[in-house]
Design a protein around this ligand. Structure first.
Ligand code: NDP
Length: 323
């Protein structure tokens, strides 16, 4: 078993910031990367709202963050957490596929994953026309007619991005107004390659004999009318689900599965902290995640310092009367 001062679970912007701050505090943090270095930011084509960068690609920003944290002594381990045991307090057990760690403090920054539609044809269509990442897969849809599902910032910005490749993009939204911010909406409605189908849901994704996506079955939620529309790709951007199942009943989660923290990022377990999209259902920005990761790291540093003082006092010889 490897004993560490701080284990950071997850390597998105929150984990990167936590790694930098704990590394600069000389705690030699170990970052368990997860299945994607940098999390969702790493698969974002262009980031225009991280202060100091008018425009930077997600992979470049993440690489910069990693190098920065490594420069001060953070170690990145390309592994996944299988289970944790927080029940007996610090040191905590963190079991990955390759190693079991004991950690004095843990910072959870494991993020959230794209939500699925859970409709027939979706699962089988992954890699054959169904995608959750425009940056990753847009290139494969050059000259094709595709569908985007969702009405938030992600769906709208990805729909715009996908027009670089696709012949046409049809956005299917379950309401008649978009949730996305106004500046994005302006660019969306001005784009001649995009059209919108309102008040509708995708009920099923159809495929050809080779299993390649070739249509969607749509239901109009006002009239109830069901239609089939040919398409060569379906991109789903309908929000995210937190990656909290690995924590089971070890820390308190809210009804949606997000980790509950106080304002200083303490979870329900003393010595375990959480930051970024695993605990923030609302903002979900690179900038806010970085701030939260920083806060969680500073809380962890203070907590470890206070604990070291307390342990030192316990170890100190009892004062003799007259000293
Ligand atoms: P959101 O939760 O904001 O939007 C999800 C969209 O999907 C909504 O329009 C919702 O519909 C729709 N939806 C949800 N479930 C279903 C379903 N089962 N079937 C059909 N449609 C469904 O998620 P986003 O990923 O878009 O954004 C998350 C956060 O990240 C937001 O805070 C956003 O502002 C932020 N963000 C910011 C960006 C930026 O550039 N500033 C870029 C990307 C994200 P309905 O509207 O009816 O609820």
């Amino acid at each position: 078993m490897k004993r560490e001062r701080v284990i950071i679970i997850g390597s998105g912007p929150a984990g990167m910031a936590a790694a930098l701050y704990t590394a600069r505090a000389d705690l030699k943090p170990v970052v368990i990367v997860g299945n994607q270095l940098g999390g969702q930011a790493a698969i974002t084509h262009e980031i225009e709202n991280y202060p100091g960068f008018k425009s930077i690609s997600g992979p470049e920003l993440i690489e910069n963050m990693k190098e920065h944290a490594e420069h001060f002594g953070a170690e990145f381990v390309f592994d996944m957490v299988e289970s944790v045991d927080f029940t007996s307090g610090s040191p905590f057990t963190v079991k990955t596929y390759q190693q079991t760690y004991l950690a004095d403090a843990v910072i959870v920054t494991i993020g959230a994953d794209p939500r699925k539609l859970n409709i027939p044809g979706e699962k089988e269509g992954i890699g054959k026309g169904v995608s959750y990442c425009g940056t990753c897969d847009g290139f494969f849809f050059r000259g094709k007619d595709i569908v985007v599902v969702g009405g938030g910032d992600t769906a709208v910005s990805e729909a715009i991005f996908l027009t670089r490749f696709a012949k046409s993009v049809t956005l299917v939204h379950r309401r008649d107004t978009l949730r996305a911010g106004v500046p994005l909406q302006k660019r969306f409605f001005e784009n001649e390659k995009i059209r919108t189908i309102w008040n509708s849901t995708v009920e099923e994704i159809g495929k050809d004999a080779a299993g390649i996506v070739n249509s969607v079955r749509l239901k109009h939620l006002v009239t109830g009318e069901v239609t089939t529309m040919p398409t060569e790709g379906v991109f789903v951007f309908i929000g995210h689900d937190p990656n909290s199942p690995v924590f089971g009943d070890q820390i308190a989660l809210n009804d949606d599965g997000y980790v509950i923290t106080d304002a200083r990022y303490h979870t329900s377990v003393e010595g375990v902290f959480a930051a970024g999209e695993i605990q923030d259902q609302l903002w979900r920005q690179v900038a806010t995640s970085v701030g939260q990761g920083t806060g969680a790291a500073m809380s962890a540093i203070h907590w470890l310092d206070e604990r070291a003082d307390a342990l030192q006092k316990l170890d100190a010889p009892a004062a003799v009367a007259g000293d």
